[in-house]
Design a protein around this ligand. Sequence first.
Ligand code: GLU
Length: 306
Amino acid sequence: MDVDLLEKICADMRGAPDLGKVADYIPELAKVDPRHFGISVCLADGRQLSAGDADVEFSVQSVSKVFTLSIALGRFGERLWQRVGREPSTNAFNSVHELEVHDGIPPNPFVNSGAIVTTDALLVGARPRETLAEILHFVRYAASDDDIHIDAAVARSEKLTGDKNWALAHMLRAYRNLDNACALALGTYFHQCAIRMSCEQLARFGRFLAHIHPHRSPVRAEHVRNINALMLTCGHYDGSGEFAFRVGMPAKSGVGGGILAVVPGIASVAVWSPGLNKHGNSLRGTAALEELSTACRWSVFEPHDR
Ligand code: GLU
């Protein structure tokens, strides 16, 4: 694995005819130039290799669900699973329908309803600003970088237009699976989604999930296994099966076009390309990870030594 491979992937992606479609249901995200492409990899020997726009910040959106799940597992352990399931969903990431069917229990912590419940759990006994400070502290520590912040304009934009999430929060509340007022839980959730990070920062965050920086891990090993299992099965919503088939790495996508992926014991990878596929996952980001995974034999399903 060397930087030439990342440069080649970058050149291939820059030449790709289809950029995908930038998320426009959050108006602030629609302003992002779809031509951006960045990739960064952290390796077990401590090296970090990057190419393209790897130092440009973007809105992490649902990648932040990994941050909150990590903190919530540490705090609540098994009790978290009384409020949210651990099964993949074949419905869209913001489906209201499945909450009705399952009496207000979201299928997993990575669909929006499950992430809103996770954030709500973190809010108990704290104010939104304290919970957001806790999330930022956690991310900065794991990424070894204090220069990570929330983009208030993106959070505001989603607060005004995120009607599906408001519907989800009210539905959760109706089923007594939201302890805080909808505005508090969602206000916190919109702000965590609006955290801005670069691929370089995100790849460094992923080191503890890849277990390549274990002495600094902010999360217990058993929870790392849980999170990776959920990323593999649920991290790309109703496109998770296709992603496992093509890439074969535990990974979490966000509608900002970022993807955080891990190869346990070997590497953590972050890619960013703002255009999305029909499931809301980065189109060229997925293609780039497929190319990387194939070249390095990094699929966790590889039958021989990686
Ligand atoms: N903030 C976005 C939402 O709640 C996150 C979705 C995503 O990144 O997949 O709709």
